[in-house]
Design a protein around this ligand. Sequence first.
Ligand code: NOJ
Length: 743
Amino acid sequence: MTNMKKYTLLIIVLFYGGFIALGQNSKILSSVKNVETKVDSVLALMTLEEKVGQLIQYNGSWDLTGPASELDNKQKEENIKKGLVGSMLNVLSVKATKEAQKLLMENSRMKIPMMFGYDVIHGYKTIFPVPLGETASWDLEAMENSARIAAIESVADGINWTFSPMIDISRDARWGRIMEGSGEDPYLTSMVAVAKVKGYQGNDLSGDLTIAATAKHFAGYGMAEAGRDYNTVNLGDNELHNTVLPPFKAAADAGVATFMNSFNEIDGIPSTGNKHLQRDILKGDWNWDGFVVSDWGSIPEMISHGVAKDKKQAAEIAIKAGSDMDMEGGAYEASLQELVLEGSVDEKLIDDAVKRVLRVKFKLGLFDDPYKYSNPEVAANISYEDHKKAARDVARKSIVLLKNENNLLPLKPEVKSIAVIGPLANDKDSPIGNWRAQGEANSAVSVLEGIKTAAGKDVKVNYALGTTLGIGERSFLMPLEINTTDRSGFKEALEIAKKSELVIMVLGEDAFQTGEGRSQSKIGLAGLQQELLKEIYKVNKNIILVLINGRPLEISWSSENIPTIVEAWQLGSESGNAIADVLFGKYNPSGKLPVSFPRTVGQEPLYYNQKNTGRPSSDLHVTYSHYTDVGKDALFPFGFGLSYTQFEYGEIDLSASEMNADGNIEVSIPVTNTTRPVKELKGFQLLDLNPGESRIVKFVIDEKMLQFYTSNKIWESEAGEFEVFVGGNSRDVKSAAFNLIKN
Ligand code: NOJ
């Protein structure tokens, strides 16, 4: 029996100033056999206390170059001396990491070097676009390159382990951490995951300029209910396997050294205590041999989750579930030895976790030279100028042109006066983003600076702040909306808008409006920004709105009224120059949204690859269940982005209308309610086309691409009709159909 089902595949064609081929997953780590022998021989010499020590991570909150003052830190220092610490985080500088390593190497019995980890999320000193923005470039080579540069700058400061990439699928713009991932699509995020792992780890983790990467947060963290950070996740098997896990599988296959688990629970089980995820899937099915670090304190947080009664029980649940290292949670330190000695935890589990940690340390080359990442010569040889060039390159590739009516862009040479207005116009800090590592505050090129440099002497550039962002002090503390009444800056802004030929409004979000713990119920322009925009529009309609933000914003009014909109994210150190490159036509915008922009926040969570309901319409655009008061689709859909050039898509030509599955698997078609998304991304290519030039773009579809996690609890394809969409985004597409035949 052939149960004909209908599926749709999406292929997106992108255009930009260069061509790259999709990267191949590569096994990065080599000579495993040799490493295994070494790992076993070290393990055989260790006491239980020393083994547990390898599973402990301390935060380096005190000055390691002098004696610890607080009692707690004194104790930590003593434990380092005894070699009872596996790694530290937030210890920065070659001096500090060397001192800490020396404490351990010169005093401990086993002399097992520590790893030094840090949140190097989108650059170390040279800051690149926030990950969501960078993903809009769809340029895997550029993304790999920015990770490589971040690794070099990290090594120059003593770091050998980054807690990146974050590859949580996120479909809710309210979730503050949406800026740290690659958006709503599992395929695109998987490709980015591989590029990032390759960038950080290179082909050989033992290289002098490569660092260990972390695939995080395993798993489901981005699916928090109502977009509230850390919130409960309700996720069925279908969604888990088809949406959440693919990027993690891709990272594991690419040889990522470590995983970090997540703060959330799924169906009542905190990830930290989730044996099925960590042991059955990650270490079992996927046969991944790295180690899992907990998120900060997530082991004892199982007490608040109501799953463990105390730290000891939390430690027991976590180690049994496959959490190998305790990040600053104190649970393993307090109880793991005792749990083994009393027989509650099998020492074999400890051995397995320790072997995983040692394996990574061997691969990093730490046993050959514990100080290899504390080498001052690395910093001396860095060309920060070259890194800036790379930052500008990927920043401009990340910019998405959302609207360009009246062809205001690129700016014409005839334009002789420009008003640059808005709280973010001359802001040198917001583009650096929340996860700024060692990027200096106020170090970005502002939009105003970029424009002034690009405009030259003949163009009069007038600037006014207009209004503040209307939020509290810029700090790691929660920003609150405080200033929503001060209109004193409006007058000057209106004056310069009136006397200028066109206006560039720079609005959006402060660096700390997105990031961890930064969920918001409103995603419009905060404070008086919207009001300012409307007032300016009354006196000058030639407005180019430049948005600086970390999440999709609610910009329906702007999309109806403002002729030109440029999505410029938080683009990092070279932000203003990159934006000016696009505004002045030095770079033809090529970015495409990795996440849907809603018409209103009430549509969230919103994503293009939704499933059909039981009441689909024959019109593709109304297949989603929808609201009665707002369009059912996104304002700007996944994959959307304009260029200064127009592209036309010809008719699709399929080489055959039927396809036989390779192999001889007998498939019984599930008679269940398993449904497939309306469209799913299966491939993309970047093209560089000259005006008038046309080229045939080829994608090969094979049976593996048609597989998904079915109700049989396996990855398999189903016979039936498939519809192929090709286009420049997820909405405006050409289609053709073929049948997959299975006997
Ligand atoms: C908590 C965050 O969730 C995680 O992503 C980060 O790596 C750790 N803190 C360490 O800073």
